[in-house]
Every structure is written in structure tokens, then in C-alpha cells.
Design a protein around this ligand. Structure first.
Ligand code: G2I
Length: 470
């Protein structure tokens, strides 16, 4: 765990970082306020800074704090992805079996969307925070209750949630095996049943497995989850993303092999997201390292911190967040903002590059695909493939201005042909393909994205895409 509480200059990386951080230790807080990024290249909030590379920066929100004006103004200014800290959990949304209650969850959802933010859903199947009636169930009755719960909550938010933490914390600390729980005792297939149920309930939401203590690549729990995700991808169980909670503390310290973990999971064909970040003591160096790890992995979609101010944290005694109890920005805030700004406009997510030796330089803009202010970018990923065919998803990302219509074009490298396309209008001939927005998804807010998908004949391919605004 980093112990040095100084800020770092945005250009210091790798071995030089340690040297510079040490040297700056003498200068302390004075350095922190004098560091700056070049004029014109910097955004001044976390959400806008992350959006430069197509990523989001989020926070957990508690419904009962939406009346706290300091809290709300920081949250609204800085973050563009929202997770309900407790309000979408099982005990909150289905307090009595078959009776759903979205009062508090909707308060958060509505606040987020009315302020132009997207929402991560947390969480549908978990051993903890189960209502009493569910804790008392077992066997097939519990299995069916889990399925009903997923259907009930996901249908309420159908088409409205960016990503759902479908299953939370299902692995054991230490052994690399499954955690014992009433859900696990319904049969080892409970996780894949949850994911298949979720896909059918809302095909537009990304479906994530979310856990803690899976950041360190050498830990057995990390390998256990990795093996499950690999197995799911091989067998076609629908999973789109893995959430790394990233609650770092002295018992579970940050390790620089986190980047290897993110790269390795992404290489399985899933997105990766940092979903509940907090760091005991809020070392600026450690915060910057975590951000740089995400920025180095094209399929790392974004970062969520688990609360706004230290006083809002579930571990407030550790002062683990980016704002102090008075709402002032901490050094860690500046470290995070500078790290996000150091990348500048680039594309993401894009096909995962080969795992490279650590430290990996930050993602840099690639020619021809950078979203200029007001522009757009598009990336393609293979969702599924089979002999003679494949399914792909294309993400269309708005730059710093909203899109009012978009067109994505590419050339097939090997005679592929689209058989069916959704969420877009396809035209083109021969190897050239042009896809424009459907009537309902041409408007994309600044920094946001939309997707379209298709099935095609031929071998799965990830051609270079060109995105043009209407
Ligand atoms: O424990 C930290 C997080 C670990 N990953 C999953 C997250 O969902 C989890 O969040 C925390 C919330 O931050 C806490 O706020 O989950 C805790 C429960 O597992 C939440 O704590 C609960 C308290 O235990 C309850 O007594 C309280 O009524 O918060 C409730 C609402 O304030």
C-alpha cells in the first residue's frame, strides 16, 4: 500500500514515478496545488475528464442524502454514472415476496437520469441484504424466487440500465471456490441461471459479475472468478462484464498486477469496470495507479467510487474517498483528475491489445479514430461466434457534443456479410458497409454512447470503423 500522501505530476510514470513521488514528498501540499495540466487539454470534472476517452466516472448515491445540498451539488457536478448504494438491492426492492417496491430506487434513478447520468444496477442475486422471507427459503423455492426477483426488477428498469451487477460476491475469500450461501446450495448452476434470466429480461443491459478481492491477479479468488468467466464465455452463458469492487485497504492492498487482472479478464471477451472504488487513507498515488490501470485497458469502461465524501463512506473512519467531510477536493481528487486528463481524447472500448509488460503506457489516440470535440467514434466487438457466422456489437460514442444522427462505415476484410442488424439501418454493397442510426437512437448526449448489433456470415472480424456525425 502506498504510504506517501503527496500528489504526483501527470507526466511521472513507472519507475520515474516513485522517484518523483519521493522527491515531491518534501514539497508536499504546495506541489499538489501548483501542478496543472496544459491549457486546452484538461477537463475540470471527473466525469468530463473520463469521457475524453469514452469512459465514465461514477459514484454510489444514497437516496436519503439527496436532500443534502453539498452532497447533491458535488455528485451532480463530478459524476456521470450512478449506482444506488443500497436501494436496488433485494431487501429494498422486494421486501415481501412478490411485492416490489421501487420508491427509493426510483428516487436515485430519476435524479440520475434527470441530470444526464447513466445508471448501473446493483444488485440482483447476492447472499447478503436478502429480505427475511428470502433468507428463509431454500432449494427450488429459493431458485424460483431468485428468478422471479431478477425478472421483477429488470422489467421495471427494462432498457434503462447501463449494466447490472447480476450476481454479487459469489466466491469465497481464500479458496478460489464458491462461497457457501443459500443460493449456492440451490445448485452450482445458480449463477448461470441468473445470467440467462437477466439476458432474457433486458437484452439491452450489460450483465456483470461483481466481486471484491479479485483485483490481485495472484489471489486464488481472482483465478476462481476468471475460470468461471472463461467457462461462461466458452459455453455461451451470457456475461458481458466483470465488476472489480476495488475496496483497497491494509488487508487487501492495491497491487500493480491489477492491470494484468483487468487485461486478462478483458482478453476473455468481457468488459471490465471498477465498481466500488475506495482506498484506505486515499493515497493520491494509489488512486492515480488505479485510474491508469483502467485507462491502459481499452475494455475498461469506467470507474465508480463508493460514495462522495469521506463522511458518506461505509468506511468513513478510513477517509477513503475523493472529497473530505466538508466537500473539499482532496489530493486524491487531483491525482485522479490529472490521470484522466493525461489521456485526452481517444477511442474506447476497442479490440483488446495483447498483454504488454507492465507498466503499460496510457492509451494514446490512434489516427483516424479519435473523437474530436463534437465528433464521434465507433468500436466493434465480437459477442459470439460459431462455425460460419458471428454476432457483433458496435458502440457509437459521442465526443464532447451531443450527436443528432450518426453513420458508421467499414470494409469487410474477408467476404463477410450481414444477415440481420438491429438498432440501426444498414446499406452498402460488396465489402463496404454503412450503418446509420435507427429513428430512435440518433440522439446521443455528449460523452455518452449507444450500440447496435448484427449477425453475419463468415469469420468473426473486427474491422476499423469510421464514425461520422449527421
Ligand atoms: O460493504 C461495502 C459494499 C461491498 N460490495 C457490495 C456493496 O453493496 C456494499 O455496499 C454496502 C453499503 O455501502 C452499506 O451502506 O453494503 C452494506 C450492506 O452489505 C451497506 O450497509 C448497510 C448496513 O449494513 C445497514 O445496517 C443499513 O441499514 O446499509 C444499510 C443502509 O444504510
Amino acid at each position: 500500500m502506498d504510504s506517501n500522501a503527496t500528489d504526483r505530476p501527470r507526466r511521472s510514470r513507472g519507475p520515474a514515478r516513485a522517484l518523483l513521488a519521493g522527491a515531491l514528498g518534501v514539497i508536499g501540499a504546495i506541489a499538489a496545488v501548483s501542478l496543472s495540466v496544459p491549457a486546452g487539454a484538461a477537463e475540470s470534472t471527473l466525469g468530463a475528464a473520463a469521457a475524453q476517452s469514452g469512459r465514465y466516472f461514477g459514484t454510489a448515491i444514497a437516496a436519503n442524502k439527496l436532500s443534502d445540498s453539498t452532497y447533491v451539488s458535488i455528485a451532480n457536478r463530478e459524476f456521470n454514472m450512478i449506482t444506488a448504494e443500497n436501494e436496488m438491492k433485494i431487501d429494498a426492492t422486494e421486501p415481501n415476496q412478490g411485492q416490489f417496491n421501487f420508491t427509493q430506487a426510483d428516487r436515485i434513478y430519476n435524479w440520475a437520469v434527470q441530470n444526464g447520468k447513466r445508471v448501473r444496477g446493483h444488485t440482483l442475486a447476492w447472499h447478503s441484504q436478502q429480505p427475511g422471507w428470502m433468507q428463509a427459503l431454500s432449494g427450488s423455492a429459493l431458485r424460483q424466487a431468485m428468478i422471479n426477483h431478477i425478472n421483477g426488477v429488470m422489467s421495471h428498469y427494462k432498457g434503462k440500465i447501463y449494466a447490472w451487477d447480476v450476481v454479487n460476491e459469489a466466491f469465497d475469500d481464500g479458496s478460489g471456490g464458491r462461497r457457501d450461501s443459500n443460493l449456492q446450495r440451490t445448485g452450482n448452476d445458480w449463477i448461470e441461471v441468473a445470467f440467462r434470466t437477466a439476458r432474457a429480461a433486458d437484452p439491452d443491459a450489460k450483465l456483470c459479475y461483481n466481486d471484491y478481492n479479485i483485483e490481485n491477479w495472484t489471489w486464488a479468488k481472482t483465478q476462481g472468478v476468471y475460470n468461471m468467466v472463461r467457462d461462461f464465455k466458452q459455453r455461451g452463458v451470457p456475461i458481458d462484464c466483470v465488476g472489480f469492487q476495488a475496496h483497497f485497504n491494509s488487508g487487501s492492498p492495491y497491487n500493480s498486477n491489477f492491470r494484468t487482472t483487468l487485461q486478462s479478464f478483458a482478453a476473455l471477451g468481457v468488459d471490465v469496470q471498477i465498481t466500488e472504488l475506495d482506498i484506505e487513507g486515499a493515497s493520491p498515488q494509489t488512486y492515480a495507479a488505479v485510474v491508469n490501470d483502467c485507462l491502459a485497458v481499452p475494455r475498461c469502461n469506467g470507474i465508480t467510487v463508493w460514495g462522495v465524501r469521506d463522511s458518506d463512506s461505509w468506511r468513513s473512519y478510513q477517509n477513503p474517498l475523493l472529497f473530505d467531510g466538508n466537500g473539499n477536493k482532496k489530493s486524491a481528487y487531483n491525482a485522479v483528475l490529472n490521470a484522466l486528463n493525461s489521456v485526452g481524447p481517444t477511442t474506447s472500448p476497442s479490440p483488446t491489445p495483447p498483454v504488454s509488460p507492465s507498466p503499460t503506457p496510457p492509451v494514446s489516440p490512434s489516427p483516424g479514430t479519435s473523437p474530436q470535440p463534437g465528433g464521434c467514434s465507433a468500436t466493434i466487438r465480437t459477442v459470439n461466434s460459431w462455425p460460419g457466422g458471428f454476432q457483433s456489437e458496435v458502440t457509437v460514442q459521442a465526443g464532447s457534443a451531443a450527436l443528432n444522427g450518426w453513420t458508421v462505415s467499414w470494409s469487410w476484410p474477408g467476404g463477410q456479410s450481414i444477415t440481420q442488424l438491429w438498432n440501426g439501418t444498414v446499406s452498402g454493397s460488396g465489402s463496404s458497409v454503412t450503418v446509420s442510426n435507427a429513428p430512435y437512437n440518433g440522439t446521443v448526449p455528449a460523452g455518452s454512447s449507444t450500440t447496435f448489433g448484427f449477425t453475419a456470415n463468415g469469420s468473426a472480424a473486427t474491422p476499423t470503423l469510421t464514425c461520422t456525425r449527421a
